[in-house]
Design a protein around this ligand. Structure first.
Ligand code: NAP
Length: 360
């Protein structure tokens, strides 16, 4: 099979490093370009990353000596060399919007982990198992940008990927209200215990901007395409609190759900066990066979034990029981830098290739 040529913009960062490890032996994608800021440009990947390498596996040998390009100054060269780029950069939002649209206008599709375009009405925010159909908005976006091939597609925030997947199979019962408290790993802030020792034996009850994202982004994921835009869902109400906890990887959520129509505990578990999305139907290379794994044990899911299920792409659920104020409560866990960041972006890229939105 002919492989798609890809670039990683922000390759030296935490998410970029994850992309490098996930793409090292990918069956469809071949990394041709690594790019970052002007600070890294001209250095080899090994030199530019230096002591920042934060993955548990070593840096892929085949990338170590690649020369880093400048994501802004070299964008024409990068766009010409690849079929699409993954993008995860730490820049101001307006700069990211500009950079991502510049690549799209150079006819280079952008699969983005950044939040800058998440509320842009014709930019799809796709969880392939849930709203794969939102890819259709790309036609409208191409019209606005004046492109034939280029577009931007984004991944949602990592916090919502712990609970939106578990709520989704209950959708037809009429989801009225969700309360979700998230307990988020330090890698979500691009940190390790070495770089953030203050987090040992600690909890911080605030993550800037995270509660707004946790409450708003699911509404777009559950929104509908109307004309040239995705209109967020207006039926459900979501409230959240997001806490930073001393866990290296894996975001946990304690979730409460109110439904318009009733269902038994056993039927919810059966729906979770049977649930399959477009990613499973298409048998995409990064799709977990079991999207939602339910644990009967009272003390599961646990971040350390369960975050890596099926390459960190399965969402774990446990402790489902009735609630006195809502209808049901349960606990969910997803790997924030795999399902929640780079892995989710790779899966979205696979979906968009399989559905014909990206060509090699
Ligand atoms: N960490 C997570 O779990 C997570 C999850 C979802 C989404 N995200 C999002 O992904 C993005 C990156 O996060 P991260 O944790 O990987 O950050 P990070 O570790 O701080 O890495 C930032 C990356 O951005 C590059 N960069 C900075 N300024 C740039 C510029 N002017 N031009 C081009 N590249 C530039 C850096 O390159 P240099 O090395 O050259 O400075 C580096 O590669 C952010 O938007 C974040 O919100 C992160």
């Amino acid at each position: 099979m002919k492989k798609y040529k890809v670039g990683i913009i922000g390759a030296t960062g935490m998410v970029g490093q994850r992309f490098a490890t996930l793409l090292e032996n990918h069956p469809w994608f071949k990394v041709e370009v690594l790019a970052a800021s002007a600070r890294s440009a001209g250095k080899t990947y090994k030199e530019a990353v230096g002591s920042r390498w934060a993955m548990k596996v070593p840096m892929p040998a085949k990338f170590a000596d690649l020369l880093i390009l400048d994501a802004t100054a070299d964008k024409e060269k990068i766009a010409a060399a690849v079929d699409f780029v993954f993008c995860a950069v730490d820049m101001k939002k307006d700069e990211i919007r500009e950079l991502e649209e510049a690549y799209a206008k150079l006819e280079c599709p952008v699969i983005s982990n950044n939040s800058a375009h998440r509320s842009t009405k014709d930019v799809p925010m796709i969880i392939p198992e849930i709203n794969a159909d939102h890819a259709q908005i790309i036609h409208a976006q191409r019209k606005r940008l004046g492109t034939k091939k280029g577009f931007v597609a984004v991944k949602s925030n990592c916090s919502i990927q712990s609970y939106v997947p578990a709520v989704h199979p209950l959708w037809d019962l009429g989801v009225e209200k969700i309360l979700a408290c998230t307990y988020q790993a330090i890698s979500g802030a691009g940190k390790t215990f070495e770089t953030w020792p203050e987090m040992l034996d600690n909890l911080i009850p605030y993550i800037g901007g995270e509660e707004e994202k946790s409450e708003q982004e699911p509404l777009k994921v559950w929104g509908t395409i109307e004309g040239d835009e995705i209109v967020p869902n207006k039926e459900i109400s979501i409230t959240s609190q997001c806490l930073r906890v001393p866990v290296s990887d894996g975001h946990t959520a304690a979730v409460f759900v109110k439904l318009k129509n009733q269902i038994s505990i056993e039927d919810i578990k059966a729906r979770w066990a049977a649930y399959k999305g477009r990613a499973q139907e298409l048998e995409l290379p990064s799709a977990p066979k079991q999207f939602l794994k339910y644990f009967e044990e009272d003390n599961r899911p646990q971040a350390k034990l369960d975050r890596d299920l099926e390459g960190g792409m399965t969402v774990s659920v446990g402790r489902l029981r009735p609630d006195t104020q809502y209808d049901f409560k349960f606990v969910c866990l997803s790997h924030n830098t795999l399902r929640g960041a780079a892995g989710g972006a790779v899966l979205m890229a696979e979906l968009l290739c399989a559905e014909g939105y990206i060509n090699s």
